[in-house]
Design a protein around this ligand. Structure first.
Ligand code: FAD
Length: 385
């Protein structure tokens, strides 16, 4: 986490709107994590969210820290590594934070060198090939690791408490536009997920529907994932305190949030292949969520029509939980550059120049300064999200 900064430096005078309040639009995992990072960096933060946290896609997520269906992979892996570190720290207090470290198996062979995921496999502490006796029936190869697994409803509640403790506020409201938000805020941080489709508007953001079945856990203690990133049907089991999460699906362009009974039956049958004991497990709940998918995560700053800066942070597809803390660091970097203060001295580079420069309509993010920045195409493909 960035160090808490001296609020006496807080430069309200640099705001075009005469306020020093940063508005974060969106109260899912991306918005709340960004808001916490900003509030703990010394900013006055207000989260404005159309939905309560437990009604967001983030609350549906299985909660495994593993990049899946997110682009561009170079930035996604860097963000995931950072989040892995933060979530591992939070896992020391699972009751409070919802995060735990759980051992599991990612089915499949090692990614090739030209696959974006090879950097992730190299970065996960202790990741190693599974021995044959560690693989469930029908699984030819896999990788073993101890990774963060997050109980998302509990984690979202934790983030809300942590935000409030840092002086931030939460409001249930949907501004008519980012421009409207920018009339009151010093900076707008747009974390509206799939809502960005209308709010920006950005037709590039599209839903990838995912369905899950929650069953009473018949004794599965480890997570297991067999998911080809391009496939519409995946197989995964994630033991959560509230039940065993069985997944899943990835239906591009599907908008329904209604569970389909036939799909649920197929999910249970797929999971019962490697883990026969789940076939007769009692079903506790059905869940459907819409992943906010985009050709590339949009994490950059632009000036809104009214002149206020907006930092966009949306389009995290199937990996919002996995990348939230890495993305939040970049949001803090952007807001420091825009508002000034101690961060200015630390934040040299093109992003700062462009964000500060009058008349510049769009600015490249810190990611552009990282090796293999966002110009590259590619996707991190395997995982549960
Ligand atoms: C079945 C399933 C399983 C998944 N499993 C995993 C996993 O294991 N690991 C992982 O990393 N990821 C997983 N994901 C992906 C993850 O859920 C998403 O990437 C993540 O939730 C995106 O977070 P978000 O905050 O951007 O969006 P959301 O959670 O959708 O939040 C968007 C917020 O914006 C608000 N909003 C929208 N429009 C407006 C507006 N106009 N005004 C005000 N507020 C607005 C909403 O109310 C909401 O608060 C899974 C997704 C699904 C569907």
């Amino acid at each position: 986490m960035p160090a808490r900064r001296d609020t006496s430096y807080h430069p309200a005078m640099t705001s075009d709107t005469g306020t020093d309040e940063v508005w974060v639009v969106g109260g899912g995992v991306i918005g709340l994590t960004s808001a916490v990072a900003l509030a703990e960096d010394g900013h006055r933060v207000r989260v404005v969210s159309r939905d309560a946290a437990d009604a967001t896609t983030s609350a549906v997520a299985g909660g495994l820290c593993w990049p899946y269906r997110i682009r561009p992979y170079e930035r996604a892996v860097a963000w995931s590594v950072r989040s892995f570190e933060v979530l591992s720290g939070l896992a020391r207090r699972p009751e409070e934070t919802g995060a735990r470290l759980v051992t599991g198996t990612m089915a499949g062979a090692a990614p090739g060198d030209d696959d974006g995921l090879s950097a992730w496999y190299a970065a996960v502490p202790g990741l190693r090939p599974a021995r044959p006796d560690e693989l469930p029936p029908g699984t030819a190869a896999g990788w073993r690791a101890r990774t963060p697994l997050v109980d998302m409803p509990a984690h979202l509640r934790y983030l809300e408490r942590r935000l409030t403790a840092a002086g931030g506020t939460l409001e249930r409201r949907a501004p008519a536009s980012l421009e409207e938000a920018g009339r009151t805020a010093s900076v707008v941080v747009n974390c509206s997920g799939l809502g960005a489709r209308e709010l920006v508007p950005d037709p590039e953001v599209r839903p990838v529907q995912g369905q899950l079945v929650i069953v009473a856990n018949p004794g599965v203690r480890e997570w297991f994932v067999a998911a080809d990133g391009g496939a519409a049907d995946t197989t995964y089991l994630l033991p959560q305190p509230y039940g065993l999460v069985l997944g899943g699906t990835a239906r591009e362009g599907a908008w329904s949030r209604e569970p389909d009974p036939a799909v649920a039956e197929a999910i249970v049958a797929r999971c019962a292949g490697p883990f026969p004991e789940v076939a007769r497990a009692r079903v506790l709940a059905h869940r459907v969520g819409l992943r906010p998918s985009r050709s590339a995560v949009r994490l950059e700053a632009e000036r809104l029509p009214g002149g206020t800066w907006c930092v966009h942070n949306y389009g995290h597809g199937g990996a919002g939980v996995t990348v939230a803390w890495g993305c939040a660091d970049e949001v803090v970097g952007w807001v420091r550059r825009i508002l000034g203060g101690p961060g200015r001295e630390q934040a040299d580079g093109p992003g700062r120049e462009q964000a500060d420069g009058p008349g510049r309509e769009q600015a490249d993010g810190p990611g552009r300064e990282q090796p293999g920045g966002p110009g590259r195409e590619g996707a991190a493909e395997s995982g549960p999200g």
